[in-house]
Write a protein that binds this ligand. Structure first.
Ligand code: ZN
Length: 253
C-alpha cells in the first residue's frame, strides 16, 4: 500500500479520487492527523496531511513519529511526500519541482528515532528510495537530485545560515523533510519527496514573506497534484530497492 504525506497545498489530491473512509490512528507516540483512504482509478492509497488539515500545526511541532508509525500500522510500504522549500541556487527558480537525493539535517529539537531502547544504526548511503525517486522523475517535469537542508524553523533562515548551507552543498532548504525521511527508513518503508520551490532563500532575494510562498504554491497546486497522481499510477507492484531490509545488519545485538 502507498501513502502520500502532503505538505501545504496538496489537499486537492483527495478530491481527485473516491474517498472510502477517514481515520485517526492511535500510536504509542500519540494520535495521527486525520488520514483518508481513497481510490484513484485502480490505485488504493492513504493520504495524510502532514500539518493536519487547516495548517494548525507548525513544522517544529509536527509529531513525525506518530505520523510514520500510523502509516506503518496501516500496512503502508511506500511513501510519496511533498515539501515546500526555498532555493539556494539562483538557477532553480520558484515554481520548480525537485526530487532530492540527499539531505543535511539541521533540526535540533525533534525526536529523531524510534529506537531509544535499542541501538540501531540504519544505513543512509541512499538517503531516499531510488525506485520511488525514479518513478517521480518519470511522471513529470522535476529536477533530478539535490541536497535538502532541513532547519528547525519556524523562522526563516539568516543570510549567514544561507551562505553556510550553500558552501556545504545544499540545494534547497525546508522545515519538514526531516526526521520524516529517517523515520520512514527506520520502519523499513520506501520514502521519496517532491520538493516544490516556493521562493529563493533569504539573502538570495530581498525578503521572504509567507504570502509569496503561498502565491507560488497556489499556482502550482494542480501541476503538483498531477505529478503525484501520475507517480501513484506508475509505481510498480514490486520493489527493486533495499528499503524493506533497512534493519538487516543495523542493530547491535
Ligand atoms: Zn525503496
Amino acid at each position: 500500500m502507498l501513502a502520500v504525506i502532503g505538505g501545504t497545498g496538496v489537499y486537492r489530491l483527495v478530491e481527485q479520487g473516491e474517498e472510502r473512509e477517514t481515520m485517526i490512528i492511535n500510536t504509542p507516540y500519540g494520535e495521527s492527523p486525520q488520514i483518508t483512504r481513497l481510490v484513484l482509478d485502480d490505485s488504493e492509497l492513504f493520504f495524510m496531511p502532514r500539518h493536519h488539515a487547516g495548517h494548525d500545526n507548525p513544522p517544529h511541532r509536527i509529531n513525525y513519529r506518530a505520523n510514520l508509525c500510523a502509516l506503518k500500522q496501516l500496512g503502508v510500504k511506500r511513501i510519496l511526500a511533498t515539501n515546500a522549500v526555498g532555493s539556494l541556487d539562483e538557477k532553480l527558480e520558484p515554481g520548480t519541482f525537485l526530487v532530492p537525493d540527499d539531505f543535511l539535517d539541521f533540526t535540533h529539537h525533534r525526536p529523531v528515532t524510534f529506537y531509544d531502547q535499542r541501538t540501531v544504526h540504519v544505513d543512509f548511503t541512499q538517503p531516499y528510495c531510488p525506485q520511488l525517486r525514479k518513478v517521480i522523475l518519470e511522471s513529470g517535469e522535476a529536477v533530478d537530485g539535490g541536497v535538502y537542508v532541513c532547519v528547525e524553523g519556524p523562522r526563516f533562515e539568516t543570510p549567514a545560515e544561507i551562505r553556510m548551507f550553500r558552501q556545504l552543498g545544499g540545494t534547497v532548504v525546508g522545515m519538514t523533510g526531516l526526521p520524516e525521511a529517517v523515520l520512514a527508513r527506520e520502519l523499513s518503508m520506501c520514502y521519496a519527496s517532491v520538493c516544490m520551490i516556493s521562493n529563493y532563500a533569504a539573502s538570495i532575494q530581498d525578503k521572504v514573506t509567507i504570502d509569496e510562498v503561498f502565491q507560488i504554491m497556489d499556482g502550482k497546486k494542480k501541476e503538483l497534484t498531477d505529478l503525484l497522481i501520475e507517480s501513484i499510477h506508475k509505481t510498480p507492484q514490486n520493489s527493486d530497492c533495499h528499503c524493506e531490509q533497512a534493519l538487516q545488519g543495523a542493530e547491535i545485538e
